[in-house]
Design a protein around this ligand. Structure first.
Ligand code: S3P
Length: 444
């Protein structure tokens, strides 16, 4: 197990270029796989999660070559996937598993999706329910773990079939579930409509449209018309840097007095940048320049330190901030006054219970946080943080958030079990050291 030792930093300065967006890369691989022709996805994500999506697609007979520039996918066409000869291992990637469910629901064969230990505890009924209504048969192999709240857990056996288009209102705002239904909708006999309670990242819709699929947005509903022919390949997909990875560095720069950080060529899709709005509301000095409004907007984020103050993050904002909530909790600890996070319940079913992991770590560092049974979390900010030994709980976003907290804390903070950062950002500590100085960050 690797631990990170982080010392309080004076300030940080520099320019960062982050690895390619994980969420976009999953979708780019999946959709290129069923399109016609070769697609070059560049740059390709360095995240372990995306490697899992590649392995699953290889298991389905899709030729994929990782080159120095990116990933080259030889599409097999909408009907070209082959029955896997072995279980398809999604590792710890919930996105791989849930999106693959959607793709496999429409195939003429049975596949088994397996996974690692943490994903075995993540709820799958949310995808099984709509995909079963469309006509797929999906069986969860694991027993129901809590009789009061029946759930389905992986591994999953998926027997695909010719599907029926449905209109489905998502019970939880989830881009993974929305995407699974839309991917299944490609194999349906009629249009499929997904109604979102609150909007979530729209990368799947954007890419489907780029591939020529007819998608209609009406208010909160998205309707996909199944293609009548091939999905023409797009040749080349250029992926911007990951804004969710950027969030850790943005909060570090906003909080450390005297800092100034530029993050280049980062994704600025409006369904991913809500964390910048929250930080601005808290008083952060952030400038955003969009350079390219192409299929996925991209540009530069410049952030300078300034005093932060508390805010309220309403439940309606949470889905658009879902991956940034842990690092925003760190910002809330250094902000003057109270910050209220409403509707954070979904954080409890991520790689770990992130409400618990963040409260445990930040409290050990002297912060004042309290979770209420109504699903909200209140942080009384402005108390000085001090060093402690804290746990990642095997969760990449907890590990990176607590490491940033370590930069802001007196003394030397130890974050235990930081190898999990590879799930999304394997070079997190190198990037951090490049802007705060190598004496501040040590991983061993
Ligand atoms: C993701 C959606 C979110 C997010 C996850 C990636 C995606 O999950 O937390 O890291 O790529 O669609 P949910 O759909 O469960 O909210």
């Amino acid at each position: 197990m690797d631990d990170a030792s982080i010392t309080r930093a004076a300030s940080l300065t520099g320019t960062l270029q982050l690895p390619a967006d994980k969420a976009i890369c999953h979708r780019a691989a999946l959709l290129s796989a069923i399109s016609d022709g070769t697609t070059r996805i560049a740059p390709w994500s360095t995240a372990e999660d995306c490697r899992r999506t590649v392995e699953v697609l290889r298991g389905l007979g899709v030729p994929m070559i990782e080159t120095r520039e990116g990933l080259e996918v030889t599409g097999v066409g909408v009907s070209g996937l082959r029955a896997p000869t072995e279980p398809l291992d999604c590792g710890e990637s919930g996105t791989t598993m849930r999106l693959s469910c959607g793709l496999l629901a429409g195939q003429s064969f049975t596949s088994r999706l397996t996974c690692g230990e943490s994903l075995r505890h993540r709820p799958m009924r949310r995808v099984i329910e709509p995909l079963s209504r469309m006509g797929a048969r999906i069986e969860a192999i694991s027993p129901v773990m809590n009789e009061m709240e029946p759930e389905d857990y992986p591994p999953l056996d998926i027997t695909g079939s010719r599907l029926t288009g449905i209109a489905y209102t998502l019970p939880v705002a989830s881009a993974q579930v929305k995407s699974a239904i839309l991917l299944a909708g490609l194999y349906a006999d009629r249009p499929t409509t997904v109604i979102e309670p609150l909007s979530t990242r729209d990368h799947t819709e954007r890419l489907l449209q780029k591939l020529g699929v007819h998608i209609i947005h009406e208010g909160t509903s998205i309707t996909l018309h199944p293609p009548t022919g091939k999905l023409p390949g797009v040749g080349h997909l250029t992926v911007p840097g990951d804004p969710s990875s950027a969030a850790f560095f943005v909060v570090a720069a906003a909080s450390l007095p005297g800092s100034r950080l530029v993050i280049c060529d980062v994704g600025l899709n409006p369904t991913r940048t809500a964390f910048l709005e929250v930080l601005r509301r808290m008083g952060a000095a952030i400038e955003v320049e969009v350079h390219d409004q192409a299929w996925e907007p991209r540009g530069t984020i410049t952030v300078s330190a300034s005093p932060l103050r508390g805010t309220t993050i309403a439940a309606g904002e949470a889905p658009a901030l879902i991956d940034e909530l842990p690092i925003l909790m760190v910002a809330a600890c250094v902000a003057e006054g109270q910050t209220r996070f409403e509707g954070v319940g979904e954080l409890r079913v991520k790689e770990t219970d992130r409400v618990h992991s963040m409260i445990t770590g930040l409290k050990a560092m002297g912060a004042n946080l309290l979770a209420s049974p109504d699903g909200s979390l209140v942080v009384q900010g402005g108390r000085p943080l001090h060093h402690a030994t804290v746990e990642s709980f095997g969760d990449h976003r907890t590990a990176m958030s607590l490491s940033v907290a370590g930069l802001l804390a007196e003394g030397q903070t130890r974050v235990r079990g930081v190898e999990c950062v590879a799930k999304s950002l394997g070079n997190f500590f190198e990037l951090l050291a490049s802007i705060v100085g190598s004496s501040i960050v040590n991983v061993s």
